[in-house]
Design a protein around this ligand. Sequence first.
Ligand SMILES: [Zn+2]
Length: 142
Amino acid sequence: MKIEAVRKLHFCSGHRVHGHETKCANLHGHNYILWIHAVADKLDVVGRVVDFSVLKDRIDPWVQLHWDHTFLAYEKDTELLALEPLSPKNKPWFICPFNPTAENMAIYLLKEIIPELLKGTGVEVSKLVLFETENCKVEVFA
Ligand SMILES: [Zn+2]
């Protein structure tokens, strides 16, 4: 049997999708909702997959620091990066090694960031669901 515990996080980011054919090539932003699915074969001695606060306390600070209320800019989007010196100095843009689609953002979190943040906890994340709008989401599976 597999049991999942799911924690929701929220952040606001600006981006543009490099190479997009229509309106998503314009600068714009989203109120993203991230659902983190932690999975286990059995529960801990208390009866949990993981305490929900572990997921929030380990992952949310990174998301807030790096992605919330800033701009996600693709490192190869030279047109956009030319504007970066105009950005507010209190929070630098996050320069992405990927085009900041919801798919690439979720993959980056699942593969590159979350494993480091959860190191030592024994928690396994099986899936991320990232809502870009209430109508549009992506799901990535470990
Ligand atoms: Zn967008």
